[in-house]
Design a protein around this ligand. Sequence first.
Ligand code: PEP
Length: 252
Amino acid sequence: MRRKIVAGNWKMNGSKDLAQTLVSDVRSQAASLDNGVEVVIIPPAIYVGEVAANAGDLLSVGVQNVGQWASGAYTGEISAEMARDQGCQYALVGHSERRQIFGETDEMVAEKVGRIVAGGLYAVVCVGETLEEREAGKAESVVAAQVRNGLAAVSADQWRQVVVAYEPVWAIGTGKTATAQDAQAMHASIRKVLSEIGAPADEISLLYGGSVKADNAAALFAEPDIDGGLIGGASLIAQDFISICRSVPAGT
Ligand code: PEP
């Protein structure tokens, strides 16, 4: 059975106060979740230690990015090992904001994935097409190339540390969501690409992200190849985030 995961990406939002109050709210409500979902909080790196200290055993913690190097003269960067040292289990990589604003390429994504898995963390590898690419009928080929290139450095014994998040760029922070059918079709296509590159495709969790809210999460998570979600805006409100976590069906 694949792991079910709901991860909240705070982006460059939050405060020390939120890292205490929101995390303890989510933690206390997570105790009553009975669907086996793993709940992950991904705050700005500066708050990771605070979140990890408040997360207890019920929540996992992640960083939004790591550098592609082990250590050294890279001012402003943090390494996968540092994230683990601060209590993280997860690291996002290749988020579309990193790709678009910070020029992160597939090659950089592949290097970062290598560092993340070698550092003992789960890599949540984000892929997704722009609106222009979708309208040109290129969505599947663009996403397939991101999956192939971004996962090029994963070795056979590291696949269990890989999670893929499909996030159509046009759906992130826009209030527009892919229909459950379109998201399912892309997830099935990603799973096919994973098996073509030698990954144990049926064991890899695939998350959907892009304006997931409490009122659309259940329809998305009911699809057979959608194993949870990567949540931006709605992860900043404890009640909304926990409702999304509750929307994961049990025992599938
Ligand atoms: C995200 O940042 O990964 C995301 C999916 O954001 P939102 O849920 O706000 O669209």
